[in-house]
Structures are given as structure tokens and as C-alpha cells.
Design a protein around this ligand. Structure first.
Ligand code: PBE
Length: 301
């Protein structure tokens, strides 16, 4: 192991010298990419193993030659943010799983790496799914769920506010509902109140979905529903809707993030369309890193 490391270190060094010898402008940039890739130990700082994006990141590793031999370290979004924070405080290189809307782009000076192969796609939307038959069983809930829709800046503001509210999304949602009575009135217009009908919303617990699902809960409660929220991983979320164990979800990211799960269960749910447009996922680096594209990274030696 030790010997191998030494050998690759030397190989890297002679390569750098050989490239430096060429003297073109490109050489220093690619030399930097190589040393940064090496310093990162060819590792992407990922998030939860069950996240849709964890699969997408693996797909990127498989498809980009520049990522050959790289590995993804998975843990949690919180751990990824801590590592990002630490790397930035030391101005060290780091590549992280990133998505927006999320406050990471407001809190840290980071940039998405270009993705010429479009593994992560250009734009994601967050969609609302219901179980089959919900429209007949609970037409009032169905109508409200069908109408729920936000603009991107609403989410961005809510996620920033959440930082000041200890990430208590119940409270963030309450505040938003209080401050936006017109929106709520629009969503509930003409909908008859029910008398304590139970409805379950299955959700993932990343920030954006936490906010929107908690808003949905309050709005449905205002019309007399007894709403339960069930936090799970994306794969359970899809199977719960497909089997009818849960009634609806506002959490799936499409088309890249949860596309494989969507296809697996297609036909066993109803898609009410986007509740948010303009989302995005990808790999990101601190802005001080002099690389712009996934293709600028260097394969493991
Ligand atoms: N995310 C945020 C989730 C969906 C929303 C991109 C981290 C995921 O990968 O499943």
C-alpha cells in the first residue's frame, strides 16, 4: 500500500514536470486540476446513501472519463455541509453533491460544475404524486394538492428563513401561510370542508420538501383534514404511493433525480404536475477552485 502510494506520487510528479515543460497556458490549469483531484483523493463528498442524487453521482462517475477511479463518500446532507464548510475555511479543494433550491448557495461561495454529458440534466422540477383513486375518495384534497404550486424565490426565501428558525419547518410553514392568505385562498377556493378525514403525506426530509409538505399540511387542515406526515427515503416514498399505503407526496424530483424510481412505479400513481420549477442538481466546488467542468477533474492514478 505504502509503496504503491509512493509510486503514484512519483508518477504524478513526473507528469506534472513533463506538462510544465510544454509551457502552454493550459498546462498550469490542468496541473492544478490534477493536483486538486489528487488532494481530494479522488473522492466526491456525497449525501445520504438513499438519496436519488447518490445514484446520479454514481452515473456521473461511470460516464465521465475524468472521474474514472473516483469514489463517492456517502453520509448525510448535514455531514456534507460540515465538510464543505471546513474545506472552505482552509481553502482546500472539495467536490460535493449539490442541489437547489437550498441555502448552501447563499451560505457558501460555490459553483456547479458544467455537465456536458447532461447526466444531471438541465433543470429539475418537484412534482406532486397521488395514489390511484385519491380523486374519487377525497376530491377536496385532490383539488388542493393539484393547485399547490410555488415560485422558486418563495422556496429560496423560506429556506433562508429556516436557518434562523432552527430548521423548524412546521414553524416556517406556519409563518408563510400566515403571511400569504391570498395564495391559500386561491388554493382552497370552492373546496368544501370535510370532517376530520385522515390523509397521509409521505415525504423526504431535505429542506425544500420539508417546507412544501408542511405548508400542504396546514392548508389541508384548514379544510378539515386530519393530516399525517411520514418521512422516508425516496424509494419507500414511491412504493408507499404505488401500494396506496400513503395518499400523496410533494417530494419527487424529476426527471434526473428520481427518474429511475418514477419509471419503476409508473402507472401505479397519478402525477399532478410540478409544484416547483427551476430546481437543479449537480456536483459543485468552491468558487476559488479553478475548474469549471466535470471534465476538468482528473482520473485517479
Ligand atoms: N436531493 C434533494 C434529493 C431530492 C431533493 C437532491 C438531495 C435526492 O437526491 O433524493
Amino acid at each position: 500500500m505504502y509503496k504503491w502510494k509512493n509510486a503514484s506520487l512519483l508518477a504524478g510528479l513526473s507528469l506534472t514536470l513533463a506538462v510544465a515543460g510544454c509551457g502552454s497556458d493550459d498546462s498550469s490549469a490542468s496541473g492544478e486540476a490534477a493536483s486538486a483531484s489528487k488532494e481530494m483523493e479522488y473522492e466526491i463528498t456525497g449525501i445520504e446513501p438513499g438519496a436519488g442524487q447518490t445514484q446520479t453521482n454514481e452515473k456521473a462517475i461511470a460516464e465521465y472519463e475524468s472521474l474514472s477511479g473516483w469514489e463517492q463518500e456517502t453520509s448525510s446532507a448535514a455531514a456534507m455541509l460540515t465538510e464543505l464548510d471546513e474545506a472552505i475555511s482552509k481553502e482546500e479543494p472539495i467536490v460535493v453533491a449539490a442541489w437547489s433550491p437550498h441555502y448552501m448557495f447563499a451560505k457558501f461561495d460555490i459553483k456547479y460544475l458544467e455537465d456536458p454529458k447532461q447526466v444531471f440534466g438541465e433543470e429539475e422540477h418537484i412534482t406532486t404524486l397521488t395514489r390511484q383513486g385519491l380523486e374519487d375518495d377525497m376530491p377536496e384534497a385532490y383539488t388542493i394538492l393539484d393547485r399547490l404550486h410555488w415560485e422558486l424565490d418563495v422556496f429560496q426565501d423560506a429556506l433562508l428563513l429556516a436557518q434562523e428558525m432552527d430548521f423548524d419547518y412546521e414553524k416556517v410553514a406556519e409563518k408563510w401561510v400566515e403571511e400569504n392568505p391570498d395564495k391559500v385562498a386561491e388554493w382552497t377556493e370552492g373546496v368544501e370542508a370535510v370532517d376530520g378525514t385522515s390523509i397521509d403525506l409521505v415525504m423526504t426530509t431535505w429542506d425544500a420538501e420539508n417546507f412544501s409538505t408542511n405548508v400542504a399540511k396546514i392548508v389541508l387542515e384548514e379544510k378539515g383534514f386530519d393530516v399525517s406526515l411520514t418521512p422516508v427515503d425516496p424509494s419507500i416514498m414511491f412504493s408507499a404511493i404505488a401500494s396506496g399505503d400513503s395518499d400523496a407526496t410533494l417530494s419527487p424530483w424529476m426527471p434526473a433525480t428520481h427518474g429511475a424510481l418514477y419509471e419503476e412505479y409508473e402507472g401505479d400513481f397519478e402525477d399532478l404536475g410540478a409544484n416547483l420549477e427551476g430546481a437543479r442538481i449537480g456536483l459543485a466546488v468552491p468558487s476559488y477552485m479553478e475548474i469549471d467542468s466535470l471534465e476538468d477533474l482528473e482520473p485517479a492514478e
